[in-house]
Design a binder for this molecule. Sequence first.
Ligand code: NAD
Length: 277
Amino acid sequence: MANIIDGKAISLQIKDEVKAKTARLKEAGIEICLAVIQVGTDPASSVYVGNKKKACEYCGIRSESYELPEETTEDELIGLIERLNSDTAVNGILVQLPLPSHINEDRVIMTIDPSKDVDGFSVNSVGALCIGRKGFRSCTPAGIIELLKRSNIEITGKECVVIGRSNIVGKPMALMMLQENATVTIAHSKTADLKSVAKRADILIVAVGKPKMITSEYVKDGAVVIDVGIHRNENNKLCGDVDYDDVFDKCSYITPVPGGVGPMTIAMLMYNCVVNM
Ligand code: NAD
């Protein structure tokens, strides 16, 4: 039977640490400000942006909100980011993705000043991670590292398999586990015999984007299973990429969905806003 990793509780610990830091900074006359930009009215994006603003409020971070219409041009958005880059009162800039299809996301992300790239998506931030330099770490994988460490799960020397190679989860996740001295394998849609590859893992991190794909057949006895996926099932209930009920008795630790990895992403965004202060 697995131990459940409580992402809600751990994310609250992190937000409380950030809150204590912003309070100390305020006493020294320093206010932290995150600029949050949303283009269009995609309902899922609006929920994420709303949650980020709420977390800022909780943590004592001032959030500046820019809700731009769907027809905003790429140049207008770039212009706003350039203005925020040079605004010394703004510490972090977050552009909610996805952007409308007429806007080039890469160009937009690359415009954000690397010192304000709190999402950690820019080439600078990813490059710094790759060569082990200081820099903003992508929030979801950084949150998973915190979940493991704060649950006292040993990473050094362990076999880690990351399923998924996206730029925002799979790849940075693999690099962060490598930095923590795991032996890392990245599996993906073209991996041959995924089951036997996944079964090598002491720590199996699943970011595959397919509801309940990972069953007990992919899991070694006693493995730690981290589920990054978020989906709505046929009954409109949240579920992950892992078949939780099927895997539960086989692993030593597991993250639930909801309440596992999800809350960590925003907590690490808050952490990134104060990490250099
Ligand atoms: P993505 O679609 O960009 O990447 C999925 C990856 O899975 C790809 O690299 C692909 O090669 C691999 N893949 C697809 N089918 C496969 C298969 N059959 N076998 C092996 N590998 C396969 O997704 P993403 O952005 O990395 O997100 C993954 C999941 O995590 C999604 O469910 C997403 O909603 C969720 N997510 C959650 C958070 C969070 O805060 N909890 C953050 C980001 C993403």
